[in-house]
Design a protein around this ligand. Structure first.
Ligand code: SF4
Length: 409
């Protein structure tokens, strides 16, 4: 990849130059995906490596003024493009008071075209979003999809994860959001927790599916370097993760259970009731253009990918310098092709083999004949309707399979 992050490289604007080929998402009929990063949390969860800092009024006011400016500058730069989705993620976006969210939404409406009813998501945590008036306020500002960080239904697990809320608070948040009128709620869960057994995980899925959220994300706990969880589960630590075999059963039986209750398993970690797949995330997996605002947010416009600086003083310089940065890469055909393989194989739709042939002039199945035959024999992949898909067992080891299919042996 042509990654450039070098003091010696002249600083260049991190966007397509004026007069260059228009941004894909800005002028096609689908519109652009917009992500707003909110880098504040109440406290640091023990497994988390995302960019966030504790919430304080002074830093938040600084962030807000820069974000409003960044929105205005991008609107002007891209000539007020139409948006397909808006997604506030973090961090903990629900720490932002309604009055300030109102200012951000007003700035977005001014800088971009937001069609009525476009999917507008906000991530919320039960410790900061739990009463009906807050949820009503979100709806009145145009948010129509809520992604609620529940993570576990057991208080002991939540403590181990370092979450600042109880299971009771998560139930209450869900209940209040429904009462307020949210008709599209996603619940986030984590499985493969220290000491967790298959039965306990399936019990949690039963309870969650009976709550009938429109969407469920179920992520396997990963140990990120430098986190409390990695230390406690590492050598000499006091916690033990379930064995691989047990984790495999959690994934396969969990997915089968959710499917039996009416949830479509549409991506390795994501399930949705009919009509409620996430438009925003599906856009990422389809390779659509996206614009990321706020510290550490990533964008891909045309063939250029770039990252907003993560620390507030650097973010300040980037915005005041009118979006000039030097952390960008220009994607090659090969980069885009590998991404197509990596992203599409994570989805239930799988990889369109005709599209692959059109873009490379090569037949993937022939190109990786021995590998594909071996994966097929092991029931890890299947080919149907001109698409290559991972089976449930294949999804379990998706990273290894995808890497070998995309990059070769
Ligand atoms: S709330 Fe989310 S972003 Fe914040 S520390 Fe916890 S896991 Fe990380």
């Amino acid at each position: 990849m042509g990654r450039i992050h070098d003091e010696n490289v002249p600083t260049r604007p991190a966007f397509p130059a004026a007069g260059s080929k228009p941004v894909r998402g800005a002028d096609d009929d689908k519109g652009l995906l917009l992500y707003v990063h909110v880098p504040f949390c109440r406290s640091r969860c023990h497994y988390c490596s995302f960019h966030s800092q504790s919430f304080d009024q002074t830093t938040f006011a600084w962030y807000l003024s820069l974000l409003l400016k960044e929105i205005e500058l991008w609107g002007r730069r891209l000539q007020r493009p139409r948006l397909r989705t808006v997604y506030f993620g973090g961090g903990t976006p629900s720490l932002i008071p309604l009055a300030q969210l109102d200012r951000i939404m007003a700035a977005l409406r001014k800088a971009f075209v937001l069609n009525p009813g476009l999917e507008t998501t906000i991530e919320a945590n039960p410790d900061s979003a739990h009463d009906v008036s807050y949820f009503r306020g979100l709806l009145s500002l145009g948010f129509n999809r809520l992604s609620l960080g529940m993570q576990s239904l057991k208080d002991a697990d939540l403590q181990t994860l370092g979450r600042p809320h109880s299971a009771g608070m998560a139930y209450q948040a869900f209940d209040q959001a429904r009462r307020a009128g949210f008709g599209n709620i996603g619940l986030d869960l984590i499985w493969g927790l220290p000491g967790q057994k298959l039965k306990v995980w399936l019990d949690q899925l039963r309870i969650v599916s009976e709550m009938r959220p429109e969407h469920i994300s179920a992520y396997n706990l990963t140990l990120e370097e430098g986190t409390v969880m990695a230390r406690r589960c590492g050598e000499g630590g006091d916690l033990t993760l379930p064995l691989d075999q047990e984790q495999g059963r959690m994934f396969v039986y969990g997915a089968e259970y959710l499917e039996s209750t009416g949830y479509l398993h549409y991506e390795v970690s994501n399930f949705a009731r009919m009509g409620f797949t996430s438009v925003h995330n599906s856009g990422y997996w389809d390779g659509s253009d996206y614009l990321g605002l706020g510290p550490s947010a990533v964008s891909t416009l045309g063939r250029r990918r770039f990252t907003v600086p993560r620390y507030m003083d650097e973010y300040d310089a980037y915005v005041r310098g009118e979006l000039v940065g030097n952390d960008y890469e220009d994607l090659t055909d090969d980069d885009l092709l590998k991404e197509l393989v990596m992203l599409s194989l994570r989805t239930a739709k799988g990889l369109d083999l005709k599209e692959y042939r059109r873009r490379t002039g090569m037949d993937l199945i022939k190109r990786r004949e021995r590998l594909v035959s071996a994966l097929h024999r092991e029931n890890l992949v299947r080919i149907s309707g001109g698409r290559l898909r991972l089976t449930k067992n294949g999804m379990l080891v998706s990273n290894v399979i995808i890497e070998r299919l995309a990059f070769g042996d």
